[in-house]
Design a protein around this ligand. Sequence first.
Ligand SMILES: C[S@@+](CC[C@H](N)C(=O)[O-])C[C@H]1O[C@@H](n2cnc3c(N)ncnc32)[C@H](O)[C@@H]1O
Length: 344
Amino acid sequence: MDLLLILSQEHDKLPLAELRAVLEVENIETELEVVCPELVILRNLEEDVFDDYYRILVRRLGYTHEVHHLIDECGYEDLDDAVKAIDWSNFIDENFAVRVKRFNTEIDTVATERRVGHLILTNTENISVNLSDPKSFVRVVAHHDNVYLCYGRYQLNKKYFEEMKPHKRPFFHPGCMSPKLARCMTNLARVKEGDLVLDPFCGTGGILIEAGLIGCKVVGCDIDWRMKKGTATNLDYVGITDYQTHVVDVRELEMYEEVDAVVTDPPYGISTTICGEGASGIFSEFLQSIEHSMKKDALLVMASPHTLDIDSLLKDVGFILLERYEIKMHRSLTRIISVIAKIH
Ligand SMILES: C[S@@+](CC[C@H](N)C(=O)[O-])C[C@H]1O[C@@H](n2cnc3c(N)ncnc32)[C@H](O)[C@@H]1O
């Protein structure tokens, strides 16, 4: 069985990197086909785990807009026959809507929606069309001359990423990371439900919220007691209960328990406090101090400013760079996201 994913184009590499990381950590065996930058198909998923995998992807991914069961695909000229050949009673419950999304093609989306909707309606008993609040959702994706007929069983919670904007949380401080990027970084750390995630520069708790929402236990530390308190307030607000927060200078951090991952956004020395240190100094001391708090296979996913030479910092410590992504923030700042492992 196949899943079709529509990826966000907010970044050219991160959505796919995030997807690959989730497939890896959740042991989802599949063949990944990139149709175009926005479209990915996961082929040959086992039927007995298909639904579980579908739900995991919908629950975890930040930079993916939609995940659908791909029922069939055909050339645009064969669309009518393909729609008629599907037993839609297996997918549609009471009422439905058809929506078309097109990529690199000029097909008439409204006409195609009407045509597919009409064919489904005339070939299936006891169903009706409901465009405003459908119980079942049929997604038709057109790419060049091909059409993908999909059924959307589970919806990604798009509203969450809109409503969870940092300024809408009870504790806000400038310099917060966007929830989508925080979710993506957590996924890049290849953590699973029940894993222990540490953010030693937790600020308002944005990264820990995302780790907590995918079921991780979280520990947040910050040198500033107001941040420690604010992180706890924000974690309580979203209903995360399995957490600890501490006031600690990262240079003195001693964890009682080694963690499964460190996901963090240290201060860049631009607007956030670094307590008298240059950015390079705090990063270097952080990298030296954090290693012994991490399990052997734990990953460190870290944001940093482009002005910082991470490679030369890593040379002096027991870490190796696995992946690196650039996010242009504004004219004078590019954020670097690094996925770093311990050298065994
Ligand atoms: C860029 S902010 C983190 C933002 C966070 N990702 C968020 O979404 O709110 C960096 C944080 O590091 C903290 N900090 C600065 N120096 C520190 C140190 N030596 N040890 C621990 N925390 C420190 C600051 O108080 C600040 O809250």
